[in-house]
Design a protein around this ligand. Structure first.
Ligand SMILES: Cc1ncc(COP(=O)(O)O)c(C=O)c1O
Length: 408
């Protein structure tokens, strides 16, 4: 006999008007179906679990309990564990040449919380947020929950077109609240904002008093090509927030990330907004992360292993696409990150094709939800970090067969 559960009621709960804008993530819905072991899933943004540093995390957790004991289990300050914030300052200086102070760093529960908090303190209903197109779906979800109107600006294989930003800012009378960009190995396309465009974009933003939110979960995962400077490090930048995370370089289940804010008043608002949301990020987890990443050389060596494996998987996916996909399909060739982006012939709709793909034992994310306004239905996102090269070959062969069949 199943448990009775709570007594259902109808009409008792009257939702707030803004919940109209809360849409379930298309990805999370697909992930539920793709969980079956027969399905090779390229749908989630999942890091490879076999590379999680389980031993190091276990040792760090034991050391934290041994050395800090009850303090590791007590409530903490909303800004974050001070030692972790100091480590983040040193890490950003060393890896990006980004100079910031500890009191500018807010530890957040995943960069997703950073996106939510920024929208919470900046956005009134109807306010505009500019972004690249297509854009990270989780950011669109977070921004729309606060009733932002998101505008997708023209972008190509080298990221947002500065001319498109310049044209928009010159011709529209409304002043947007924010420009949101993922300059490195963007989700969903895997492309980077070209170095010269970074300068042009931050200069335009500064000139128009437009704050920039730089979301950088993938910058450390580079497999080829040369890095371009972080937007927040550019001399032209003014009012640039930087969002980093341990999700892709350590493990996403830890839910530890950080937001660097140049402006004191904004930082204080964000801290207060975080207090209202969750008081603070888990004290214990923050200390475990600190203990794991502090030994010199650990993170570099670990990221080095991720890079070696993901590079191989990216190459395996590109080779498999070349072998199995019909002519008329094109894809990005990312220098890093976790995703590549495919355009199939315009006669195909990747949302309608998904059931056939799942039946054939392969999952992907249709591209439509990533488009900010007018969806392009013949696009799709593939994750290459999670499956082994052998499963990548099999999965892409299956998907190629589905596309061949659909094209007749
Ligand atoms: C561009 C981008 N921003 C933010 C996130 C959220 O990451 P986190 O695990 O740090 O919340 C993701 C996750 O896939 C992402 O792709």
């Amino acid at each position: 006999m199943s448990a009775p559960g709570l007594i259902p009621s109808t009409g008792v709960f009257r939702f707030a008007a803004r919940t109209r804008h809360l849409q379930p993530s298309a990805i999370r819905e697909i992930l539920k179906v793709a969980e079956s072991p027969e399905v090779i899933s390229f749908a989630g943004g999942l890091p490879a679990p076999d590379l999680f540093p389980v031993t190091e995390i276990a040792e760090a957790a034991a050391a934290v309990l041994r050395e800090a004991g009850p303090a590791a289990l007590q409530y903490g300050v909303s800004e974050g564990h001070p030692v972790l914030r100091e480590w983040i300052v040193g890490h950003l200086a060393r890896t990006l040449g980004l100079a910031c102070r500890t009191d500018q760093v807010l530890v957040v529960q995943g960069s997703q919380q950073g996106l939510d908090l920024v929208a919470k303190v900046l956005i009134d209903p109807g306010d505009l947020i500019l972004t690249e197109n297509p854009a990270y779906l989780g950011a669109l979800q977070a921004f729309r929950a606060y009733e932002a109107q998101v505008v997708g600006l023209e972008s190509d294989a080298e990221g947002l077109l500065p001319e498109a930003l310049e044209h928009w800012l010159r011709t529209q009378s409304v002043r947007p609240k924010l420009l949101y960009l993922t300059p490195n190995f963007q989700n969903p396309t895997g492309t980077c904002l070209a170095a010269e465009r970074r300068r042009a974009v931050v200069a335009l933003a500064a000139q128009h008093g437009l704050p920039v939110l730089e979301d950088d979960p993938y910058g450390a995962l580079r497999y080829s090509g040369a890095p371009a400077p972080a937007l927040a490090t550019l001399a032209e930048a003014g009012g640039c927030l930087y969002l980093g995370t341990f999700s892709k370089v350590l493990a996403p289940g830890l839910r530890v990330a950080w937001l660097v804010t140049p402006d004191r008043a904004l930082h204080e608002k964000l801290v207060t907004a975080k207090q209202a949301a969750d008081l603070h990020t888990s004290t214990f987890t923050q200390r475990v992360v600190t203990a794991a990443v502090r030994p010199p050389g650990f993170l570099d060596a670990h990221v080095g292993r991720l890079i070696a494996t993901y590079r191989q998987r990216r190459d395996a996916m590109i080779a498999a696409l070349e072998r199995h996909f019909p002519s008329g399909c094109t894809w990005t060739r990312p220098d890093g990150g976790l995703f590549l982006w495919v355009t199939v012939p315009p006669s195909l709709d990747t949302q309608s094709l998904l059931p056939a793909a799942l039946a054939a034992g392969v999952a992907y994310v249709p591209g439509a939800p990533f488009w900010v306004d007018r969806p392009v239905h013949n696009t799709l996102r593939l994750n290459f970090s999670h499956a082994t090269p052998e499963r990548i070959e099999t999965g892409i062969r299956r998907l190629g067969a589905v596309l061949h069949a659909a094209l007749g």
